[in-house]
Design a protein around this ligand. Sequence first.
Ligand SMILES: Nc1nc2c(ncn2[C@@H]2O[C@H](COP(=O)(O)OP(=O)(O)OP(=O)(O)O)[C@@H](O)[C@H]2O)c(=O)[nH]1
Length: 300
Amino acid sequence: MANSAHILIVDDDPLNRVVLENTLADEYSISLCASGEEALTFLESNTVDLIISDIRMPGMSGYDLLEKLKEKQNTYSIPFIIISASNSYNDEAKGLEMGAMDYITKPFSPVIVKARVKNHLAIKQKNDLLEKLAAIDGLTEIPNRRLLDETLTSYWQACSKSYEPLSLFLVDIDYFKEFNDTYGYAAGDECLIKVAQALNESSRKHDGFVARYDGVRFAALQKGRNKDQIALFAKHMHDVIDDLTIPHKSSPICAHVSISIGIVHIDKDFSGSEQGVLKLADDALVKSHMQQERVTILSR
Ligand SMILES: Nc1nc2c(ncn2[C@@H]2O[C@H](COP(=O)(O)OP(=O)(O)OP(=O)(O)O)[C@@H](O)[C@H]2O)c(=O)[nH]1
């Protein structure tokens, strides 16, 4: 990231902006804003890796800007460096306590600014990697249950506000215990990886989300689709897994690995909780198993 990192400089003084830009432009891509308000608007449609901001600016101060950024999920983790003419310990302490990563006083040494920026970008890169790893399932390398819970909450909030339909799928690999017993646990792992990757790829192609839910079950989310489209997507999931043609000689229902699907389709009724919907999807999956249906869709 370091060489292609994008840095936002916020300062009302044009000369300060130019000096900082000249200090960093050789190594990074730089954007400039002349006020906190302008920076907030800029960040609504742009992503940056680090922000360097003055404190005292007309209108919104650097502290106010920092406070606003800390309130938003998409900006709270951007490293924020304060650059200020004030060498008061109180100002420095206030900035650091509010979550700024560093405090540099003006006039500054270009070498020191460069070194500090480089260090903070390296820390951010490691934090981003850790965050990514914490959201990925170790075996299948698709999103894990933690990311599913977060994504379900954000889809749930968005759909209940916009009255868009939301569908939650639970997908189970059929007779997987028998698969492990027949082919061995390592082959079982390989099968899980293939199924997970296939479901993930097809779901991403259709603007959806898939995660490993537990053991051999996966959860998928789709927004804004009516019941017919959902039934069609479930058929597509079956086709994708059928096309893998992974032999399963001990399955009583199919010569190769197959899946069962339970779906809850929520059309406007967002009462209750996300966890309640997961339970309903589980009920739909149990129904699919009991009635030997490939798909069960419950609506509410
Ligand atoms: N190889 C492998 N097996 C796993 C893993 N996680 C869970 N399993 C096994 O998957 C099997 C799941 O069994 P069940 O939940 O009973 O499901 P099933 O045999 O597919 O039965 P139905 O759900 O009725 O189709 C268990 O035997 C688990 O030990 C894993 O990461 N790797």
